[in-house]
Design a protein around this ligand. Structure first.
Ligand SMILES: Cc1cc2nc3c(=O)[nH]c(=O)nc-3n(C[C@H](O)[C@H](O)[C@H](O)COP(=O)(O)O)c2cc1C
Length: 453
């Protein structure tokens, strides 16, 4: 039987490249209708979820913002996606709504209250993408903290998630919220508990006052494919975002599933989702021509700024004909896009720049007619063992051709569902009735009593 694929739509709350088109006066990324229309379109076309990426960071070199990032808006201006989610929840009914909060930015009492609120307002459709965060150099400066060592950032992330799970799962027993007008009891004090946490980074004694939401804990995502990132995903995440070439993806996915088994969760505890760019045209020739035109529109300087955003490494300061030297490659910024270009067949700095100019962090696009891109996507799933795609926006940000041609083609092939399963995001992934974390998830050990429905 064919695997049923999960389809998520990726967006960053920044301007689309169309802002560069002379005379363009379409809705702007600061306009709420831009986002509500987008969420409605994603839902109408059958996507499982819409993901809004986020970071406080921006491209820096030597601890200063790169002027080219400001001038060309290279991973620069954004609005806060978390603020948008409740508006998107109000105009949609089924689609999952996922956003990122870095474990370096907000503390667990804040994160747990925000996501629980959103889980109520969306009736159980919210997901948290757990990251240590891109552009850490900028973020650390902005928050007035020293750049923390990479391994320590991930240790802090694990401590953050532990306390967050305690607050979500441990504060309220499932039947604690009474709202009983006859007795005047709001909640049973014997079933609402203060949790204790004395971790290496977070200490807390207290509880989450917001009553349990449909999913209790939002569906947990993770992104960041360094070894420490893969381990964090295997331990806690229910879905993971990955971007690389097919062989590297296959290795990452089997490594994450192996680690998930070691954590007692099973190989299918996570949906492994590939960040895929679909460049759909009438023919392959046309798709290739449009792709080449898009690459030509990006300067190598912009590509270097983008690379610096993810890694803190200034490629323009390095020898273009040699691989990234190990001294530069050992920094404490994001590791995924450093480790990608190391090893015996490491590309030269020039080749890394060309790769970033063409594909950024996302790997090569699927190119051609709807049938051709569906063939390529299907082959990618077989080669990597992934569970679906996080579809990147096309240049106008609307994915019109993906929705109109590729989704129906995937549906015709029996690769995607006719309609979403269940009402919560977790059910969309794991089946009807699976609204809360499964017992095999580490969060389940913080429950004081089990739901017996
Ligand atoms: C599809 C995809 C989406 C991502 N979304 C975010 C995001 O919204 N915010 C963020 O800080 N990092 C995001 N990341 C991860 C960063 O690129 C970066 O790898 C991570 O935050 C740092 O961890 P690392 O050191 O393990 O690479 C995403 C990665 C992928 C592949």
């Amino acid at each position: 039987m064919k695997k049923t694929l999960t389809i998520g739509m990726f967006h960053v709350t920044r301007a689309r490249p169309t802002w560069r088109t002379p005379g363009f006066d379409g809705p702007d990324f600061t306009d709420i209708e831009y986002w509500t229309d987008l969420a409605k379109a994603c839902e109408a076309n059958g996507a499982d979820f819409l993901f809004l990426a986020d970071s406080y960071g921006y491209p820096t070199a030597d601890d200063q913002v790169i002027p080219n990032a400001i001038e060309r808006d290279v991973n620069f201006s954004t609005i806060d996606p978390q603020m948008l989610i409740s508006a998107l929840a109000a105009v949609t009914e089924h689609i999952g709504l996922v956003t990122t909060v870095s474990t370096m930015v907000e503390s667990p009492p804040v994160v747990t209250r925000q996501f629980r609120t959103l889980d109520h307002l969306s009736r159980g459709r919210v997901g948290w993408n757990i990251v240590t965060g891109s552009a850490q150099a900028a973020s650390a400066l902005l928050f007035g903290e020293p750049l923390m060592a990479h391994a320590d950032r991930y240790a802090k992330a694990a401590d953050h998630v532990e306390l967050s799970l305690k607050l979500w799962e441990g504060s309220w027993e499932p039947d604690a919220w009474k709202r009983d007008a006859a007795t005047g009891v709001w909640a049973d004090p014997t079933k609402v508990h203060e949790v204790e946490h004395d971790g290496p980074y977070f200490q807390s004694t207290g509880l989450l006052v917001t009553p349990p939401s449909p999913q209790v804990t939002p569906t947990l995502f993770q992104a960041g494919a360094s070894e420490a990132g893969r381990d964090l995903a295997a331990r806690y995440a229910e879905a993971v975002f990955l971007a690389a070439e097919s062989k590297a993806l296959a290795d990452q996915i089997s490594d994450i599933r192996r680690r998930a088994v070691e954590y007692g969760r099973g190989p299918d505890a996570l949906r492994c989702l590939i960040a895929g760019t679909f460049r759909v045209a009438d023919t392959m020739e046309q798709a290739v021509a449009e792709y080449e035109e898009a690459i030509a529109a990006v300067s190598l300087e912009e590509a270097a700024t983008l690379y610096s955003y993810f890694t803190g490494i200034d490629l323009l300061a390095l020898d273009p004909d040699k691989p990234i030297p190990s001294a530069a490659a050992s920094g404490d910024n994001g590791r995924t896009n450093v480790e990608r270009f190391l090893g015996p067949s490491a590309p030269t700095v020039r080749e890394v720049l060309e790769e970033f100019r063409a594909n950024g962090v996302m790997g090569k696009p699927f190119l051609g007619s709807a049938v051709e891109v569906a063939d390529q996507a299907e082959a990618m799933i077989e080669e990597t063992g992934a569970d679906g795609f996080l579809v990147q926006p096309d240049p106008d940000g609307r994915n019109d051709r993906f929705f109109a041609e590729v989704m129906p083609e995937l549906r015709r092939r029996g690769l995607i569902k006719e309609s979403l399963v269940g009402t919560t995001l977790r059910e969309h992934f794991f089946g009807e009735g699976q609204r809360t974390l499964p017992d095999s998830h580490p969060g389940a050990r913080f429950r004081r009593s089990r739901v017996t429905v």
